[in-house]
Design a protein around this ligand. Structure first.
Ligand code: DAK
Length: 259
């Protein structure tokens, strides 16, 4: 466990770089320092060749109950503009390695926005999701209105964002927000299994698949198909492509090098 941080903990287990939000006394409310540490830790893991996949989770009884209300209380618009804190959030979108979010308890507001930055979400069966911002006289600012709407569509996004009602892991699964729901006590184990399965795959395939899927949100179908094809061709200049196909023919386990 790495304790160079004040608001998170990090460790590398079986090629998974794990980041644990660690302010359980305030349900991991996200303050500026915490977000900055999360982003820095992600970038460190992205550069670290021993790390193949990044896992994000919360200590205590919540993943994160939103941005730190104490910190937002006295801010004005000009201060926010000058602080430019959203640029930290933008850096998460530039992480190349897959990010698995393992969420439980409360996933609210900024905590939900952080979860929506993950590539795969596993949720404990008792997780509660929601955007309480409207009730506080503010609104989501770190992608909530955009990512949620792209994911679950206009009608349901409007309902959850405008009412601020919390919804369940079961709802989140039905809407395609989370990829699996797991019993609370199995969340860590199931997340590790998923991380291990991805970590065993050739890193270049993983990286270009992640990149291509993200482009699906941004490009037209024709443009998306074009970039997918370029990434497909690119993999044919990797050693791992030769190794993967040869290993299949030779009926042995592939030894991927990430090149
Ligand atoms: N901020 C600060 N403290 C929080 C907190 C939060 N978001 N959420 C919980 N806490 C604290 C509580 O104040 C309490 O502290 P003490 O009273 O013990 O000192 C402790 O955590 C335990 O919480 P509760 O006693 O309230 O626990 P309950 O189980 O009764 O209730 C709850 C759990 C999650 C329903 C409740 O705590 C709650 O409603 N929390 C607030 C949820 C919320 O409204 N979150 C903020 C949404 S706005 C930005 C980026 C993103 C955002 C903003 C700016 N920039 C880059 C500029 C995002 C904004 C938001 O997320």
């Amino acid at each position: 466990m790495n304790n160079q941080w004040s608001h998170i903990q990090t460790e590398i287990v079986k090629n998974a770089g794990t980041i644990t939000l660690n302010r359980p006394e305030v349900l991991n409310a996200l303050n500026t320092m915490m977000v900055s540490e999360i982003v820095q830790a992600m970038e460190n893991f992205d550069q670290d060749q021993t790390v193949k996949v990044i896992v994000l989770k919360g200590a205590g009884r919540a993943f994160a109950a939103g941005a730190d209300i104490d910190e937002m209380l006295d801010k004005n618009a000009i201060e926010l503009e000058l602080l430019n804190q959203f640029s930290d959030w933008d850096r998460i979108a530039r992480i190349k390695k897959p990010i698995i979010g393992a969420v439980h308890g409360f996933v609210l507001g900024g905590g939900f926005e952080l979860a929506l930055c993950c590539d795969i979400l596993l949720a404990s069966q008792y997780t509660e999701f929601g955007f309480p911002e409207a009730g506080l006289g503010i609104m989501p600012g770190a992608g909530g209105t955009q990512r949620l709407t792209k994911l679950i569509g206009h009608a349901r996004a409007m309902k959850w964002l405008l009412t601020g009602e919390r919804f369940s892991a079961e709802d989140a699964w039905q809407y395609g927000i989370v990829s699996s729901i797991v019993p609370d006590q199995l969340l860590v184990e199931e997340t590790e299994k998923m991380a291990e399965a991805i970590a065993k795959k050739p890193p270049l395939s993983v990286r270009l698949i992640k990149e291509s899927v993200h482009k699906a949100n941004e490009l037209s179908l024709a443009e998306g198909m074009q970039q997918e094809r370029k990434n497909f061709y690119l993999l044919f200049s990797s050693e791992d492509q030769k190794e993967g196909l040869r290993a299949f023919k030779e009926k042995r386990k592939a030894d991927f090098k990430g090149r």
